[in-house]
Design a protein around this ligand. Structure first.
Ligand SMILES: [Zn+2]
Ligand SMILES: [Zn+2]
Length: 148
């Protein structure tokens, strides 16, 4: 089990399950919304996710960068603006901003994706798995999470 919260701490959540698929996304929208070199996302089944306090503060935003996929909605704390994650498909899948977790993931997490649009000044460690675009098995991985 994992717990996490936004920057101001008023929105808290719990994950009743594993986080075993993590991506560090270097695409332009992720860099913009994270205000950082990349967005680190842990994918989980929606059924394992629960907001435990501050639900009324949670705001969502439509996927303004890719209107072909209206089910993708970012969610964040309306009070502090801290982003929490992204709903990928209604009731099935979401990803959580890994850095909002209360626990530190000690193991080597994540693959770097969409590196073709990475910040030019950023050096990704050579031994980490990386893809210029989306990894070919990503859809498969996400299906696995929904059905586990
Ligand atoms: Zn907050
Ligand atoms: Zn991205």
């Amino acid at each position: 089990m994992y717990t996490g919260s936004c920057y101001c701490g008023q929105v808290k959540y719990r994950i009743n399950g594993p986080i075993d698929y993590v991506v560090h996304c270097h695409c332009k929208p992720c860099r913009k919304v994270a205000g950082a070199a990349y967005y680190s996302a842990g994918f989980i089944a929606h059924s394992s996710f629960e907001i435990t306090s501050g639900e009324g503060l949670v705001k969502t935003q439509e996927n303004i960068w890719n209107q072909q996929n209206p089910n993708v909605k970012r969610f964040y704390c309306g009070e502090c603006g801290g982003r929490l994650g992204v709903h990928i498909s209604q009731d099935q899948l979401l990803n959580i901003a890994i850095n909002t977790l209360d626990q530190e993931l000690e193991y080597d997490i994540g693959i770097h994706i969409n590196t073709e649009s990475k910040a030019p000044w950023l050096k990704i460690p050579e031994n980490s798995e990386q893809y210029r675009q989306f990894p070919p098995d990503m859809a498969e991985q996400l299906q696995r999470i929904v059905h586990q």
